[in-house]
Design a protein. Structure first.
Length: 118
């Protein structure tokens, strides 16, 4: 049981790190429209999270520009969470498919497995 929980923690942390990198790459390369499409249904929640971030780090003077930046921070945080969930589900589905394939191969070919399958 501990092996499964360690593997799950490893998958969650790895996909979280990969999601952060993908979010930063999309921001730096100018593919912000993808993040905008992901976040359109959650715009109010992104603004709320941005205001919470603004409350935690009160180094700003205020104004509409700072309010807009707080909203963007919240939206990028939500985009990171959404990408994280999608990557985690995608990795789990790939692992399930690989285990099904291995099980099918062992049922069909026994211990020797397929000749072209490493």
């Amino acid at each position: 049981m501990k092996d499964k929980s360690k593997r799950l923690i490893k998958e969650i942390s790895t996909t979280g790190f990969a999601a952060a990198i993908l979010t930063l790459i999309s921001v730096l390369t100018g593919v912000d429209w993808v993040l905008f499409l992901l976040l359109t249904p959650f715009n109010d929640l992104g603004n709320k999270i941005g205001s919470w971030i603004d409350l935690l780090f009160q180094s700003r003077g205020g104004g509409w520009l700072d309010g807009m930046s707080a909203g963007l921070e919240g939206n990028f945080f939500l985009a990171w969470i959404e990408i994280w969930i999608v990557l985690f589900v995608f990795v789990r589905l790939i692992k399930m498919q690989i285990s099904r394939r291995e099980k099918k191969d062992t049922e069909e070919f026994g211990d020797r497995g397929r000749q072209f399958w490493p």
